[in-house]
Design a protein around this ligand. Sequence first.
Ligand code: THU
Length: 155
Amino acid sequence: MPANDSLTREELVHIAIEVSKNAVAPHSCFHVGAALETDDGTIFTGCNVESDSYGLTICAERVALTKALSEGARSFNRIAIIGIQHGGDGKPLIQKDATQFSVESHSGLGPCGACRQLLWDHCRDIEVIGGTPEGEVGRVWRLAELLPAAFQIGD
Ligand code: THU
């Protein structure tokens, strides 16, 4: 997506929701979308892509990141992430009261540990926006809060 004039956090969450519709998640039925913004406002999106081996599954954040890097982007500002649990009928299970589904997802999805490291490797201390399945801005962090004392080589 081409550069734009500063999107709101909510707009970035909505882009993540849109791309989550492309998720390939037949095993978990958990559809994740990520919208990674570069310093110049370009948005790279990603969704999760699952493997029958389970372990080879690729997270939405890593799809967005590798798309961006492979297009030459090197400087990043923010990432928005959302996850929507779908049911056996393929429809989203949207429920405000998160007693049945992931509390994590409903208060704003955070990236998994592996994605935290890869985001740190290539984006350093970006803003991480955990969006809700309803399209709201949930929790907002700096990546350094999510991955304190991160492993890194060099500056
Ligand atoms: N998933 C992501 O895409 N990002 C995360 O940060 C956590 C997990 C995906 C992987 C798998 O397809 C599904 O969510 C359930 O774990």
